[in-house]
Ligand binder design. Structure first.
Ligand code: G3I
Length: 466
């Protein structure tokens, strides 16, 4: 989507509406502003004993607007490409960690834990691996894992030890490892990883295993048998490259059955793609889908965290692999937060504190400014607060604040003011005791409201002095 972000557009639209309204009634109106302070996704997840992270790749580390978000919003990073075999052992026995080291250093500088990705995968292998004689490949794989996991010992909290080893029907993918080493290669990879870094949590990672089905059943049976045999596996990664409106209904149940086997579960590569361009309906569905996935993870104690497969629609792998699809992430191309971001934010327990401010002149003087905030929100209800600032250097005597609840919100109870409702239009006048506001002073009223669906901050909100 090349247009400005949704929030930017809403602000622009609100500004235009406010200005048009002001012109109609001969008032001076300042542009509404939004402020969205509050915790990051990483902080919210940490408060729930989890992480919320993003994958990243080396080219984007030179992009300052990108790294500003990457470094602040998340408490976990996955190395999206450059720990793969192609980069770390481009020639047999020649190891190169220069690129992945940059990502790990970035994470360490920003107090972010690192998921390593990935030690044994059929994809992004250098050509020489295919030419290794069958009798040598187990040794080559063990050596690769010993070196790479050894290099990152103590720096990587989780390793995706083996990636994408199953076909959709639950049979083994005929990778070079499967063909030349046989079924045992997965267990051997886990043993080698444990030996190289005994403290890293070792994961099997795959896609299309988010719900219950043939492929996740195969993964389940493998984990069960590994646990019975004492093969060192600590977790399973559900990649979660999902499609709009198609979150499997059994995600939570699936996470739970793995947890019940005694392994951790992580959502490792979350994105939810749509046909582009975005629109409000698709954004709302995507927000609901992100909320479903987040809630499914939160419902199971052993679901330890969620990683998005990069965070901005401008840096997603989707459009290059699925032409005509994209917009799969939680920030748009310009690093504006999308509805999907706020869905995750709220699912993680965050309260979206938004404000809108309008200055109106009325009566004499320079007028007053009303600032509307949602101070807390819960299922179907919220508490709001409006502060009224007298902008003049003389006291004002009497004020009126007005807004429209365009999304069908309703006022339940209001204090420190007298409310009149006319359909969705709300008018609040001062109470008998707070109509006088000193020069450049402030007064506040509060209220409880209800809503269904979304609860955006109304805009414009006008303040008129008597
Ligand atoms: O680095 C080269 C660059 O020098 C060259 O100019 C450019 C030209 O195409 O290619 C660059 O390499 C690309 C690499 O990403 C880095 O951007 C490869 O072509 C491209 O194939 C590679 O794609 C990666 C893909 O894995 C490979 O299968 C994606 O970035 C990466 O996001 C994706 O990640 C995988 C996970 O590892 C496993 N699960 C699925 C997920 C999505 O496919």
């Amino acid at each position: 989507m090349s247009a400005p972000a949704g929030r930017a557009r809403r602000v622009l639209a609100a500004t235009a509406a406010a200005v048009a309204g002001a012109l109609a009634v001969g008032m001076a109106v300042a542009a509404p502003s939004t402020a969205e302070p509050g915790p990051t996704l990483g902080q919210l997840a940490a408060a729930k004993g989890r992480y919320f992270g993003s994958a990243t790749d080396n080219p984007t580390l030179n992009n300052a607007p990108y790294t500003a978000v990457l470094g602040s919003e998340f408490n976990q990073i996955t190395v999206g490409n450059t720990q793969k075999w192609q980069y770390t052992e481009p020639s047999r026995g020649q190891f190169d960690y220069s690129q992945a080291d940059r990502i790990v250093a970035f994470a360490q500088a920003h107090n972010q834990i690192v998921r390593g990705h990935t030690l044994a995968w059929h994809n992004q292998l250098p050509g020489w691996v295919n030419d290794v004689p069958a009798g040598e490949l187990l040794g080559v794989m063990r050596n690769h894992i010993a070196n790479v996991a050894g290099h990152y010992k103590g720096k990587v909290v989780h390793w995706d030890v083996v990636n994408e080893a199953f076909e959709e029907d639950g049979t083994r993918r005929q990778s070079v490892f499967q063909q030349k080493i046989g079924d045992s290669y997965i267990a051997e990879a886990f043993k080698a990883a444990r030996a190289a870094d005994p403290n890293a949590k070792l994961y099997y990672n795959d896609y299309n295993v988010e719900g219950i089905g043939a492929k996740s059943d195969a993964m389940y049976n493998m984990v069960k048998s590994f646990k019975q045999q004492g093969i060192p596996i600590d977790g399973v990664g559900l990649q979660a490259h999902l499609i709009l409106g198609q979150v499997p209904s059994t995600v939570r149940q699936n996470i739970k059955r793995f947890a019940d086997l005694g392994v951790d579960v992580a959502i490792t590569e979350l994105d939810i793609r749509m046909r582009t361009p975005r629109d409000a309906t698709k954004d709302a569905q995507q927000a609901a889908d992100y909320r479903t996935v987040t809630n499914a993870c939160l419902a199971v104690t052993r679901c330890v965290g969620i990683t998005v497969w990069d965070f901005s629609d401008g840096y997603s792998w989707i459009p290059s692999v699925f032409p005509g699809e994209g917009a799969a992430l939680i920030f748009d191309e310009n690093f504006n937060k999308k509805p999907s971001y706020w869905a995750v934010y709220e699912a993680l327990g965050g309260t979206r504190v938004t404000t809108t401010t309008t200055t109106t002149t009325g009566g004499t003087g320079t007028g007053c400014t009303a600032t509307y905030r949602v101070t807390s929100q819960w299922g179907g209800g919220f508490q709001g607060e409006v502060s009224i600032r007298n902008n003049d250097t003389t006291a004002l005597n009497g004020w009126t604040v007005q807004w429209t609840f365009a999304q069908g919100q309703a006022l339940a109870n209001l204090w420190n003011g007298v409310a009149t409702t006319n359909g969705q239009d709300i008018t609040v006048r001062n109470a008998s005791y707070n109509g006088t506001i000193d020069a450049v002073g402030t007064t506040t009223f509060g209220f409880i409201g209800s809503f269904s669906g979304s609860n955006p901050v109304p805009s414009p909100i006008t303040c008129t002095r008597a």
